[in-house]
Design a protein around this ligand. Structure first.
Ligand SMILES: [Cu+2]
Length: 145
């Protein structure tokens, strides 16, 4: 490698710190946001996301300007039929895995802004963060449950 090639290669690494951890191989297959009932504080979003890369991808958190807060939750029903939700730290997608967030399982818990109005089929923009310099944006429509 010549000096100039070496310089260019190191410049690439400095300019692209997200080469290793990136969301850009993620693909949204499907999803929706449950229309919040009037006066409710929370609603949920569901989706199918595919990891199109040969490496494991991790989503550390999500946000949306249209909601106060976006949390990753998991629901589980015990043998007594009681369903409980708990926070999930991050979502991991193995190579080529399709991750399904659906009612009764993983979901995004959305804290509703009391001032915000929602219409059916309105698109909600989300950002998913995979690393310090890597985020991925996708939109989900509002649906009546
Ligand atoms: Cu929840």
């Amino acid at each position: 490698m010549s000096k100039i090639q070496l310089f260019l290669a190191s410049l690439m690494i400095v300019l692209c710190p997200n080469i290793i951890i990136a969301c850009d191989s993620l693909e949204l297959l499907d999803g929706w946001v449950k229309k919040p009932l009037p006066g409710t504080k929370y609603t949920a979003a569901y989706f199918s996301i595919k990891n199109n890369s040969q490496e494991t991808q991790t989503i550390n958190n999500f946000n949306s300007n249209q909601f106060v807060k976006v949390m990753i939750h998991s629901s589980r029903t015990n043998s007594d039929g009681v369903t409980r939700m708990r926070p999930v730290g991050r979502l991991m997608l193995l190579p080529n895995q399709v991750l399904e967030a659906k009612p009764g399982g993983i979901h995004l818990m959305l804290r509703v802004k009391q001032s915000e109005q929602f219409n059916t089929d309105q698109l909600i923009l989300f950002s998913a963060f995979c690393g310090e310099n890597s985020d991925w944006q996708f939109s989900l429509p509002i649906k009546n449950s």
